[in-house]
Design a protein around this ligand. Structure first.
Ligand code: ADP
Ligand code: MG
Length: 239
């Protein structure tokens, strides 16, 4: 589903991603972990071309992601969920979900609303369809953001620290929605500091440090017997 080959990304002289190669299969749930500043967000942003790689190849579903590609088409296949929700504040929850399907995919309103209501049901927010985002809790906003991304029927979902901005009591409701999604066979790449979640839900852990992919392992290996000193050191601080 996703192939990354020798990806490098620099900002000026600062090399932020160094020679990352990784393949991610359909239905894989991949946790990306590592210290702050290690390049996790930049890695996700390169996948959907929010950042332009300095060198290297990226393929999503068989399509190359580069200047020549139809980036809008590729982005339609990649749902993205951010730490700070990024909902449209002047639209209701329902309108947040129907906007892109109606304007980008030209889906008729009725059909878009039916699909939106189905998704809101899945994230437990049917009764909030006509509220504005400002009236929702952080956990509810993030569940709306997940439903909104799903409304475009993406093949892959990218999450960048989806629970980092939430009060602790709201983390679980969002992780539960993500867990349900993982069980549907969605391909997911999740930057997270939730080690319990990564252990339980991910098929694979990518550990980034200083812009390099230092470990790529099953959670059962990574958390129990990390291969590198850098990963051991990181885990000793967060576990
Ligand atoms: P993480 O998500 O792991 O905390 P980031 O990918 O956000 O790390 O950042 C990695 C490094 O790249 C940091 O040193 C950060 O300052 C730098 N960086 C990120 N985005 C930019 C940018 N747009 N311009 C310049 N430097 C950036
Ligand atoms: Mg980040």
């Amino acid at each position: 589903m996703i192939k990354v080959d020798k990806l490098h990304k620099s900002f000026g002289k600062n090399e932020v991603l160094h020679d990352i190669s990784v393949s991610i299969g359909k239905g894989d749930v991949v946790a990306v972990i590592g210290p702050s500043g290690s390049g996790k967000s930049t890695f996700l942003r390169c996948l959907n071309f929010l950042e332009v790689p300095t060198s290297g190849e990226i393929e999503i579903g068989g399509q190359s992601v580069n200047r020549k590609a139809n980036i809008n088409k590729i982005r339609q296949n990649l749902g993205m969920v951010f730490q700070h929700f990024h909902l449209f504040p002047h639209k209701t929850v329902l309108q947040n979900l129907t906007y892109a399907p109606m304007t980008i995919k030209k889906i008729p309103k009725k059909e878009a609303e039916e699909k939106a209501m189905e998704l809101l049901g899945k994230v437990g927010l049917s009764e909030k369809a006509h509220e504005y985002p400002s009236r929702l809790s952080g956990g509810q906003k993030q569940r709306v953001a997940i439903a909104r991304a799903l409304a475009m029927n993406p093949q892959v979902m990218l999450f960048d620290e989806p629970t980092s901005a939430l009060d602790p009591e709201m983390v679980k409701e969002v992780l539960d929605v993500m867990k349900d999604l993982a069980h549907t066979g969605m391909t997911m790449i999740i930057v997270t500091h939730e080690m319990g979640f990564a252990k339980e839900v991910a098929d694979r852990v990518l550990f980034l440090d200083g812009g390099s992919l230092v470990e790529d392992a099953a959670p059962s290996e990574f958390f129990v017997d990390p291969k590198t000193e850098r990963a051991r050191n990181f885990l000793s601080k967060v576990l």
